[in-house]
Write a protein that binds this ligand. Structure first.
Ligand SMILES: *Cc1c(COP(=O)(O)O)cnc(C)c1O
Length: 432
């Protein structure tokens, strides 16, 4: 990769002394106080004041009745999907998955944690293609999926990179087909759709405090709901499903998914800074948009009229005519540079050569080896999982197209404007 350092196109640019991260945790000091207090008072396990406080604060900030602190966003998604399965299809055998073969329509271009819980519960994920407007689930493809599989009753939907999906359209379709929604707002805490916070837009809602999210607990997540019954059930399941008895009595499958009071201490210190992080992330997005405006690219889009993203990650999409040849296998990428053009692989390698971290777009689930045999539905009907060799113009598959032409830019909120300007300069020179 170091050939970039001797490439005349990059003359005069030196590597960053301190690595520029994609999105790293930003501590403010209060976290230490709440963690220390947990340790000082010996409330270091899965009960304590920090948990109570962060559940209260998040519920109030997001605008829901109950928030249940869990060990991860993935845990929240698992219990949300399990709850949905139980409510739709009745209680499973006590030691089995609740979806037992039922189809679930899922976002396709997302992190696999969104969709794996469907498999944990023995359901069959059917992947719904992405739309260019928000890079989220395409309502037209969802409509098509209901035409093909009208008995489906559950949709798992993510708001990618902090940008809300087209919820009115999606909710109307789900309502017409009596389907429930699990909302994965892991990346979008603080983002709003028509004035309402993500994390309140589904029937079961999940957020994450993973280390690279907009605020972090080092890890952790939450299940959000207005239903006391659902909140109680998730809390019980997350603490090994103990029944009221003098011994460990179990009538339901249990999990060790509860948030620790130490993790909650970090979250508690972070919550006051959520708005500040969003302001910083938005400034980064806008500086990229301005700085890259003369290039043949666009930024990750959002519905300016109806939604306010949290701008968690800034991404770019190279115009088709400005893509140099690029191919990817399951583990490697190759490209041939052409003057006036570039590709995600070249930009990511150039950024890495100068000590900055970008990332490919989430590789769509229908292209993942573990999910390749699952149905995949595009707006025009069924699409099959395609080969990795991407043929420009020949693909009706939006997710594969965005994966091919897009990338996540360094979006760390501690990156200074002058550091970002250098990132922008490196990207511009990739197109020379
Ligand atoms: C991070 C993330 C998750 C999982 O959250 P964890 O807290 O890491 O388990 C789920 N879905 C999406 C879209 C994510 O980005």
């Amino acid at each position: 990769m170091n050939h970039f350092l001797s490439d005349p196109r990059f003359a005069g640019i030196t590597p960053f002394e301190n690595k520029i991260w994609l999105s790293s945790p930003t501590m403010h000091g209060d976290e230490q106080r709440w963690v220390d207090e947990a340790i000082r008072t010996n409330w270091v396990s899965t009960v304590g004041a920090n948990i109570n406080e962060v559940e209260k604060q998040i519920a109030s900030n997001v605008g829901c009745r109950y928030a249940v602190g869990l060990s991860a966003g993935t845990a929240a998604l698992h219990l949300a999907v399990r709850l949905a399965g139980e409510q739709l299809y009745g209680q499973a055998r006590p030691n089995a998955g609740t979806l037992s073969g039922h189809r679930v329509f899922c976002s396709d271009m997302t992190f696999d944690a969104t969709v794996n819980p469907v498999a944990y519960e023995d359901g069959e994920a059917v992947f719904i293609d992405t739309e260019y407007d928000t890079w989220n689930m395409d309502p037209r493809a969802l409509e098509k999926a209901f035409e093909l599989y009208p008995d489906t009753r559950l949709v798992v939907l993510a708001h990618l990179y902090g940008t809300p999906a087209k919820m009115d359209e999606i909710r109307a379709i789900c309502k017409a087909h009596s389907a429930l929604i699990v909302e994965d707002a892991a990346e979008s805490l603080g983002a709003t759709y028509k004035g309402q916070q993500t994390g309140t837009l589904g029937d079961y809602n999940c957020i994450s405090f993973n280390g690279n999210k907009i605020i972090t607990g080092s890890s952790g997540g939450m299940f959000l709901t207005d239903s006391k019954e659902d909140a109680d059930k998730v809390r019980k399941w997350s603490t090994q499903s103990r029944e009221a008895a003098p011994w460990y009595q179990h009538e339901e499958l249990g999990y060790n998914y509860r948030m620790s009071n130490i993790v909650a201490g970090v979250v508690r210190g972070q919550i006051p800074y959520l708005d500040e992080h969003i302001v910083q992330k938005k400034a980064i997005y806008e500086r990229y948009r301005e700085g890259l405006r003369d290039l043949p690219i666009s930024m990750n889009p959002y519905d300016v009229e109806n939604s306010v993203p949290n701008f968690w990650l800034s991404c770019l999409l190279i115009n088709p005519e400005a893509m140099c040849p690029q191919v990817r296998s399951d583990s490697e990428a190759l490209y041939i540079h052409e003057s006036g053009k570039s590709c995600p692989t070249e930009i990511l390698e150039a950024l890495a050569a100068f000590n900055a971290e970008g990332r490919p777009i989430w590789k769509p689930m229908h292209l993942q080896p573990i999910y390749r045999s699952h149905p995949f539905i595009t707006a025009s009907g069924t699409g099959r999982a395609q080969t990795n060799a991407y043929i420009p113009g020949a693909s009706a598959d939006v997710g594969a197209d965005i994966f091919h032409r897009g990338l996540c830019l360094p979006s760390d909120n501690k990156m200074t404007p002058s550091e970002q300007d250098k990132v922008i300069e490196i990207i511009q020179r990739c197109f020379l």
